[in-house]
Design a protein. Sequence first.
Length: 325
Amino acid sequence: MATEPLTILVTGGAGYVGAASADALIEAGHRVVILDDLSTGDSYLIPNAASSITGSYVDRDRVGDLIRDARIDAVLHCAARSIVSDSMEKPERYYRDNLIGSLNLLDAVQNAGIRHFVFSSSAAVYGGAQSALIPEDSMTAPINPYGATKLAFEHALRSYAQAFDMQVLALRYFNVAGATERVSERHTPETHLLPRIVAAAQSGEPFTLFGADFPTPDGTALRDYVHIADVAAANAAAFAALQKGKIGSTFAAINIGSGTGTSVREAIAAVERASKLSVKIDQQPRRDGDPASLVANIDRAAKLLGWRPRQSDINRIARSLFSAS
């Protein structure tokens, strides 16, 4: 059954995930309206086919006016502060923007009678060590303010969905990586593993590897890397599932990952193959709190969204980073 096109408000649509998701939504036939204050996003990432407004999602009145004037049907909330180390140093900013600001957005959405809401959440809600494959009903125990604010807003979404008959999905992204033809990773500061390995390969500076004695096949930690194009496709699939009534409840949290663990050494080797450059390694002891393995169980995404990753092989992710640079 085909779904009707929606007019979807994408917050943070000039950012990494937001811009790629806007592309996927437009390709799926939806009309996209982007709201971004451009504090960390780039205006050149806004698709030509999208409408855009420069502003912040924390401004409840302005968002309410935008929803009315643009006749918004649904919301994809990607905008957030997202640097873990920064959240440890400035937690007040994260609670103010990621939680209080997002509640302002949610109030505007609820007041307008919008029923479909998709939230860009994070595997950071799970915290530290978990089972080998993490299902959505695992214990949530964030170990930093960033993860705590994501989880707190999930709780709010669940309550609003039940109280106001909304249909809400929280997509818990694991390690989003790679590039599309238009969108690549550019963070300041850069904290993501793969771009840091790429930078080490290109500069000749050593890459710091923390821990080589984990109980894993090669001694380095295993993480779940999911291609940005697969994440964008998951967001588009989320709206299709909501329109078709496939969720079966007012709220659901869904892991978005590759379902496969990649070790740090495997990631380094993938970058070396893609670049034909060598990466110097500065091996250091484990950092406190680093789990041996964090990998998503993605069965729920397959069941509810009909989604599976198609581009999240680590070698393909590494090649995409170089083809975009």
